[in-house]
Design a protein around this ligand. Structure first.
Ligand code: RIB
Length: 308
């Protein structure tokens, strides 16, 4: 079973010619209201390709956005019974997307800021549990939840996004100690190495260092360059992205994480999981919105032409 412990947002998305600089105002013809939140995106990405159960643990407000987010998760086959209704409003992300498909995001956390480790029901814990964490709910809650997952014999995929500008060294050490696969982009890899007070010239060196010091597998997503995994002993695997023309890269990293977790639960082969996660993330970039273009299992397998 996959258990995503994390954030749920409604995304308000405006397309602009260029993302505004500080102090600048730009005009957009309108905006779209789309489902998002790193946690919810990862749960939907996993559920679209996974045969087994995917559960979402998180908080929504007692408002229209919250009910719509709950219904969307359920419609995508995600178990929503663990969701907690909170007094704070549902999380909301303000997203601008430019003509190259790049984005800038501001997240108003709302109910996500009240997520607690007790929200994770004991019934979801066991040796078959693969928990998926990110950095949009309180770190203390995610850490306590990860400890419970590991104590029950389960495993943890931790997406270090968005990378915090500051985190106590002991917290990052504890995070890595309770993580089986640590997923970062190039910037987050360097941020993690810096937080570990390790010198690294580039993201490759940074990821290598994080894997070695953290005694965990570190996976770096590198956009059009695909993804690389680093084992603590320094060995690496590379997987390629599909050549697509991106419309909106929002949620591509979340698609990668959700599919990686689903594939690891399904068969446990990191090389195949990495390859399929890259393919899924590429496919997710060809339409506006985080969840719109996430592939189904059929679409994912059809796009994967490599032999296992
Ligand atoms: O990773 C993309 C997500 O980040 C968006 O859906 C937005 O909600 C923010 O959480």
């Amino acid at each position: 079973m996959i258990v995503v412990f994390g954030s749920i947002n409604m995304d308000l998305v405006a397309t602009v010619r260029a993302i505004p600089r500080p102090g600048e105002t730009v005009l957009s013809p309108g905006y779209r209201t789309l489902f998002g939140g790193k946690g919810a995106n990862q749960a939907v990405a996993a559920a679209r390709v996974h045969d087994g159960r995917v559960a979402m643990v998180g908080r929504i407000g007692r408002d229209g956005f919250g009910e719509a987010c709950r219904a969307n998760l359920a419609a995508n086959g995600v178990t929503v019974e663990p969701l907690v209704a909170d007094d704070a409003p549902t999380g909301c992300a303000f997203i601008t997307v430019d003509s190259r498909g790049e984005n800038a995001i501001t997240v108003a956390s709302g109910a996500n800021g009240n997520v607690a480790a007790v929200d994770l029901p004991e019934a979801l814990l066991g040796p078959d549990t693969m928990a998926v964490m990110q950095m949009e709910v309180p770190l203390a809650a995610s850490l306590a939840a990860a400890r419970r997952v590991k104590a029950a014999g389960g495993s943890v995929v931790w997406n270090f996004a968005p990378a915090p500008s500051a985190i106590a060294a002991e917290d990052l050490a504890a995070l890595l100690a309770h993580t089986d696969i640590f997923v970062v982009n190039e910037l987050e890899a360097r941020a993690a190495a810096t937080l570990l007070e390790a010198a690294a010239d580039d993201w490759d060196a940074a990821a290598c260092t994080v894997a070695r010091l953290g005694h965990t597998t570190c996976v770096v997503t590198a956009g059009a360059a695909g993804a690389v995994s680093y084992a603590p002993d320094g060995s690496r695997l590379h997987a390629a992205a599909l050549p697509v023309t991106p419309v909106d890269t929002t949620g591509a990293g979340d698609t990668f994480v959700g599919i990686l977790a689903a594939e690891m639960v399904a068969h446990g082969h990191l090389a195949v999981a990495l390859r399929r996660a890259c393919i899924g993330a590429s496919l997710a970039c060809v339409a506006e919105g985080a969840q719109t273009a996430m592939p189904t299992r059929t679409a994912l397998v059809a796009a994967d032409t490599a032999p296992d």
